[in-house]
Design a protein around this ligand. Structure first.
Ligand SMILES: NC(=O)c1ccc[n+]([C@@H]2O[C@H](COP(=O)([O-])OP(=O)(O)OC[C@H]3O[C@@H](n4cnc5c(N)ncnc54)[C@H](O)[C@@H]3O)[C@@H](O)[C@H]2O)c1
Length: 393
C-alpha cells in the first residue's frame, strides 16, 4: 500500500494545505488531501476551488483528470503515503493563549497509522516547543518529524511558493534530508535551521508585520484627531527619503494569522510582549475608533452606514477575524442602520457596491478591494477611508 510518490496532506481542504497539495501533485506526486470539512472535500473532488486561490482552478482540474489529487476525510489514507504534511489550524483561545488540545490530540490519532519510514512534516504556525511535544508522542512509531513552516501570503500560494526560500528543520537526519528533497522540487532555496529557530522565525515574521501595520494605524488615529490627512503626511515622509520608504499604509489590519501568531509569541513570553499587545490594542481598536469619531460628529441613529468590503484583506473572500465584520457587529449592536457589500465574499445580506453608496449616508471603506478604487462617491456622502484607497484628501 505504502508508496514513495504518495503524499497525504492533513488540513488539505484548507488555505495552506490545498495549494501545497496542488503544487506537489503538479510535480508528479499522488496527493491525498485529508480533511474534516466535508463540503470542501466535495467541492475539490468536483473540480471547484473552495476559496479564492489565484491560478488554482485550471490546475486542480488538470490534476484531477490525471488522478494525481483527491480529497477525503479518511485519516487512514496516510497508510499509503511516505510523506504526511500537517496543515491544520492552530488557533488561540479567548485568553489569547494557544489552544493546543486539538492539535496535540490529532497526533495521538495519527500515531495509530504511522510506520518508521514515513516523514511527518508540520507546516502550521505553532507555539514554540510544540514540535518537541509532538516528537515525544509519535517517536515510538516514527522519529522522522520535520518542521517546515508556510510563509506565503494568503490567496497567492501557487504564485509565491516557488519563489520563496523554504525553512527546513527536523528531529532526525532522515527527516531533514527527506523534507529538503521534497521541498527542493517546489522551492527556490532551502534554509536549514534548528526546530526552535524555524518556530521563532515564523512567529517573529508575523508579529513584525502586525506591529509594523499598527504604527501606521496609530499615526492615522493621531492625524484623524487633529483633522490632518495621514496619507499626505505619509507621502511627504517618503518623498526622496529612503529611510521612510517602507512605512505601510494604515487600514483594517486583521485576518487569521497576524494577531494569532503575535499572541502565540506573547504567550511564549509570559504575556510580557508589550509591543505585541500595544499593536493588538491599536489594530483591533480601529473599528471602535471610527465609530466613536463619527458618533461625536453625527447622530448615527438617523444615518445609514454602508460597510464597503467584508473580507479581511483585498482580493480575497476570507472573512476570518475580519475587522470589517467586527465593525458591522459593533454598528448593529448600537442599533445603527447598516448596509453591507463585498466583491468576493458572498452573503445573503450583501448588496452591490453602487447600491450601497447610493443608499448610505456614511460609507466606511473596510476592505480595499481593487474594484473600489475608481468608485465615485458624491460630496453629499460621508466617506471614512482608513486605507487611503479612494480618499486621498
Ligand atoms: N492562511 C495562510 O495564508 C497561512 C499562511 C501561513 C501559515 N498559515 C498557518 O497554517 C495553518 C493552517 O491555516 P489555514 O489558513 O490553511 O487554515 P484553514 O482553516 O483554512 O485550514 C485548516 C484545515 O484543517 C482542517 N482540519 C482541522 N482539524 C483537522 C483534523 N483533525 N483532521 C483533518 N482536517 C482538519 C480544517 O477543516 C481546515 O480545512 C495555521 O497554523 C496557520 O496559522 C496560514
Amino acid at each position: 500500500m505504502y508508496n514513495k510518490r504518495n503524499i497525504s496532506i492533513i488540513g488539505g481542504a484548507g488555505h495552506v494545505g490545498f495549494g501545497l497539495g496542488l503544487i506537489l501533485s503538479s510535480k508528479g506526486f499522488k496527493v491525498s488531501l485529508i480533511d474534516k470539512h466535508r463540503a470542501n472535500i466535495k467541492k475539490i473532488n468536483s473540480g471547484q476551488v473552495p476559496f479564492l486561490e489565484e491560478n488554482s482552478e485550471k490546475l486542480l482540474n488538470k490534476m484531477i483528470r490525471s488522478k494525481r489529487i483527491y480529497a477525503t476525510n479518511e485519516l487512514n489514507e496516510v497508510l499509503k503515503s511516505k510523506y504526511i504534511i500537517v496543515c491544520i489550524g492552530t488557533p488561540i483561545n479567548n485568553k489569547l493563549n494557544p489552544s493546543l488540545t486539538h492539535f496535540i490530540n490529532f497526533f495521538y490519532e495519527l500515531k495509530k497509522f504511522l510506520n518508521k519510514n514515513q516523514i511527518i512534516i508540520i507546516r502550521s504556525s505553532i507555539y514554540p516547543g510544540i514540535c518537541n511535544k509532538i516528537y515525544k508522542i509519535i517517536s515510538s512509531k516514527c522519529k522522522n518529524l520535520s518542521y517546515c513552516p508556510e510563509r506565503i501570503v494568503q490567496g497567492k500560494l501557487i504564485l509565491e511558493l516557488p519563489k520563496l526560500p523554504q525553512l527546513v528543520s527536523g528531529k532526525s537526519k532522515t527527516a531533514i534530508l527527506e523534507s529538503s528533497k521534497l521541498f527542493k522540487k517546489v522551492c527556490k532555496k532551502i534554509i536549514h535551521t534548528k526546530v526552535i529557530e524555524a518556530e521563532l522565525v515564523k512567529l517573529f515574521s508575523n508579529a513584525y508585520r502586525y506591529i509594523n501595520f499598527s504604527i501606521s494605524n496609530q499615526f492615522y488615529m493621531i492625524c484623524q484627531n487633529q483633522g490632518i490627512n495621514f496619507f499626505k503626511i505619509r507621502d511627504i515622509m517618503r518623498d526622496g527619503y529612503m529611510r521612510n520608504a517602507n512605512i505601510p499604509l494604515s487600514g483594517f489590519t486583521a485576518g487569521p494569522c497576524l494577531l494569532k501568531d503575535t499572541m502565540q509569541l506573547s504567550s511564549f513570553y509570559n504575556h510580557k510582549f508589550l509591543l505585541g499587545h500595544s499593536a493588538m490594542r491599536i489594530n483591533e481598536g480601529i473599528p471602535r475608533f471610527i465609530i466613536n469619531k463619527l458618533n461625536k460628529k453625527y447622530n448615527l441613529k438617523n444615518k445609514t452606514v454602508g460597510v464597503l468590503g467584508l473580507a479581511f484583506k483585498s482580493e480575497t473572500d476570507d472573512i476570518r477575524d475580519s475587522l470589517a465584520i467586527k465593525l458591522l457587529k459593533l454598528l448593529k449592536s448600537k442599533k445603527i442602520k447598516t448596509l453591507q457589500s463585498d466583491e468576493f465574499y458572498k452573503n445573503k445580506d450583501n448588496i452591490g457596491k453602487k447600491d450601497l453608496i447610493r443608499k448610505s449616508d456614511i460609507i466606511i471603506l473596510s476592505t480595499p478591494h481593487k474594484a473600489y478604487k475608481k468608485l465615485k462617491i458624491g460630496k453629499n456622502k460621508i466617506l471614512v477611508d482608513a486605507w487611503g484607497l479612494i480618499d486621498k484628501g
